[in-house]
Ligand binder design. Sequence first.
Ligand SMILES: Nc1ncnc2c1ncn2[C@@H]1O[C@H](COP(=O)(O)OP(=O)(O)OP(=O)(O)O)[C@@H](O)[C@H]1O
Ligand SMILES: [Mg+2]
Length: 273
Amino acid sequence: MSKTTDLIQFSAVNFAYGQSKIFQNLDVGFAAGKVTAIMGGSGSGKTTILKLIGGQVRPQQGSVRCEASVVNQMKHHELFAYRKRVGMLFQFGALFTDLNVFDNVAFPLREQTTLPEVAIRDLVLMKLHAVGLRGASSLMPAELSGGMARRVALARAIALDPSLMLYDEPFTGLDPISTAITGNLIRTLNDALGITSIFVTHDIKASFKVADEVVLLSRGSVTARGTPSDLLESKDPLVRQFVNGEVDGPVPFHVPSKPYQEDLEVGMGRTDR
Ligand SMILES: Nc1ncnc2c1ncn2[C@@H]1O[C@H](COP(=O)(O)OP(=O)(O)OP(=O)(O)O)[C@@H](O)[C@H]1O
Ligand SMILES: [Mg+2]
């Protein structure tokens, strides 16, 4: 197997929100030109990884690199230039409700470039065509189904020709057909545009179908990284629990908390601790 290079590299990353430690000594890479799925339980830090990559949050220690640049050391203007190359589709990829589909997709082009309107028109139609919605360009967001709205948000996210696409829960709230369409789009756009894609999801079926690689997070670090078939064949109990969606296993159901009895005592007015 040929060795792939990583576009994004986390090295010895420590990250906490205040006192709440999310990652300790996290080392993980995301392969250039590939589609990688980040999976893991709720609260395992999936969205936080995307924020670290996008430079919305910075690690307390360690580095997040994109090729040779250290994202967490970028100055404001460097971060601004870097973010132009990163497309982001957030869970509720909100469209501007008072702009039609065309103007939603044109928005980043009008804001961030000095292209003439005729070039913007061609680009918008090209992006809408790529997501199968060229015929919907004059509709308002309220006239779209959830799956269509997601695709418009996707067209808007690729408007500036990013070299890296980040998707947070792209399948949430979609029916199985729209999920398959969105999954196919992530795959086709990645390959047709020659970009790198990273998406976060709970949907094992969709992610194993679309992704080249899967990164499984648990307890502040990476439990497994491999192809979908590597994970399916894994003997690791954590991986098995996740892949099979089992309730019982090494992944705890409860968020770490003080003993239940202590909480009950406080509730009963016993604050003499
Ligand atoms: N801005 C914030 N301030 C404080 N804590 C936060 C903040 N954002 C997230 N957290 C906490 O950090 C942990 C990881 O959050 P994150 O959003 O990365 O999880 P996730 O894996 O994306 O979860 P989900 O699957 O539920 O979206 C959670 O325990 C969450 O409560
Ligand atoms: Mg999340």
